[in-house]
Each structure stands twice: as C-alpha cells, then as structure tokens.
Write a protein that binds this ligand. Structure first.
Ligand code: C5P
Length: 240
C-alpha cells in the first residue's frame, strides 16, 4: 500500500519572547489567529490525512478555535521541549490517527503562518527515505565565535543554509531519532538535526523568505505585511 502523509504541528511554546499577554500563536493578524493561518495552509492539502497539534497542558485558547474540532485535526499535549512536543505528536498519530511507521510526517511550526502552498508542494515533491526540509541560503557572511565572542572562523557561505519548516521524514525513522536524541541529551532544535545524528542525510529544498517564524515582537509586523501581500497576490486556501 502507498505511504500516507500526516502532519505534526508543535504549538506548546509559551512564546515569552513576543511579550504579548497571550501566546503568539493566538494573536490575530488579518482577521485570523496565527494558528488559524497556519492550520488553513496545512489543511488545504487534501493529501495530509490528519494534522496533530501538540498544545501546552491546559491551554485555554486552542479549544476555542473552530479549527481544533476540524475532522482532520487531532489535539494532543506538548512537552517541555519542542522535540518532546513533536514526539508526543508522532505517538498520537500512531495511537489515535491510524498512522503507521512507514507513513510520512510533515512537521511544521505553528509560529510560521506565512507558509506558501507552492513551498509545501516543492517539499512534497522531494519525499524520500532520507527526508527533506525547507531551507534558505544565508545572505550574510556567517562567523563562528569563540568563548570571548571574537571571530573564530568564517564559514563558507555557499554551503550555509537556515533551516525552516515544514520538514518531512519517514514517521518511524523520525520517532526513533527523536527518542534516541532525547534519551542521550542531543541538542535538537529541528527534526533534521535529530535525523542527521541518527545517520540520515536530509535534502535541503529552497523555500521562500516570507516563511518566517514569529519569535520577536517585531516579527508580528513582518508577518502582517507578508500575509497582506499574499492576500493581494490572490493566493487562496480554505479559511478554517
Ligand atoms: O520557541 P520556538 O519559536 O523555537 O518554537 C517553535 C515551535 O515549537 C512553536 O510553534 C512552539 O509553539 C513549539 N514548541 C512546542 N513545545 C515546546 C516549545 C516550543 O511545541 N516545549
């Protein structure tokens, strides 16, 4: 049987850096919360069977969004780290959403509401057993620092990329890599890093620069701008 496609959305961060009264994913831009923008884009892909959202324990905002009871959305509880939230999501897919280890899973930050369907398409066309991720070549020259914050080295810019999401992996392999990484205390800031440590060589798929992660307060204005521009371009997906 053909492998199916699922998605996990870690959304259990408290977003302290944004400094708003509520977690960043519940702030409203262009008439929808960041979460609704993000989910609308994933749900626009009929190929994605189910989207599991890992939310903080006792998150009072998520259940109030209509999208939380969408028929292709399953909610679970997140963990103390992003990697734990993703792993919980994978366990939930296996236990409650009918997924199995040979299926594929997309992982996408709830905090990236400006994802374009064309980027998602590009990523999905690269699916193989090593996995793949959206990424951007860096524009600036990149320095490595030493303990005294002096320059220790200049990296070859041609080979330095910023890792974005979504990232796409075989579900069973990602579960194993994340479990091993958490057990052994690897620093896991994205799924690809866990896969790399486990011996995989994920492919970099060049994405668009407007797929920003809303982290700092000033990112909100940028997200508002990009969402507005995408609206003007007439990009369409279902509203959730
Ligand atoms: O904090 P950061 O911006 O790196 O978070 C990236 C994504 O991971 C966000 O969507 C956030 O909600 C999620 N996250 C999570 N569980 C945590 C920490 C972050 O699901 N413990």
């Amino acid at each position: 049987t053909e492998a199916r496609l699922y998605a996990v959305v870690p959304a259990a961060g408290i977003g302290q850096r944004v400094g708003a009264g509520l977690p960043k994913q519940y702030l409203t831009l262009h008439g929808q919360t960041l979460s609704e923008h993000t989910m609308g884009r994933l749900l626009a892909f009929a190929r994605i069977q189910k989207v599991v959202v890992a939310v903080a324990p006792r998150d009072p905002w998520w259940p109030q969004l209509k999208v939380s009871s969408h028929r292709r959305v399953v909610s679970t509880v997140g963990g103390d780290s992003r990697a734990e939230s993703v792993l919980n999501g994978i366990h939930c897919l296996l236990a409650e959403a009918g997924a199995n280890e040979s299926d594929y899973v997309l992982v996408h930050d709830m905090a990236r509401p400006c994802l374009r369907l064309s980027d998602l398409d590009a990523l999905l066309s690269q699916v193989d057993d090593q996995g793949a991720l959206l990424a951007l070549p860096v524009a600036d020259t990149v320095k490595q620092s030493d303990q005294q914050q002096a320059v220790a080295a200049t990296l070859e810019r041609e080979q330095v990329w910023r890792a974005l999401t979504p990232q796409l992996f075989p579900l069973g392999a990602l579960r194993d890599a994340l479990s091993a990484g958490l057990e052994q205390g690897w620093s896991i800031t994205d799924e690809a890093s866990a896969m790399e440590r486990a011996g995989f060589r994920p492919r970099l798929v060049q994405g668009r620069a407007d797929n920003i992660k809303v982290t700092h307060p000033e990112d909100l204005a940028l997200a508002r701008f990009y969402l507005g521009r995408q609206e003007e371009e007439g990009l369409e997906w279902q509203s959730v």
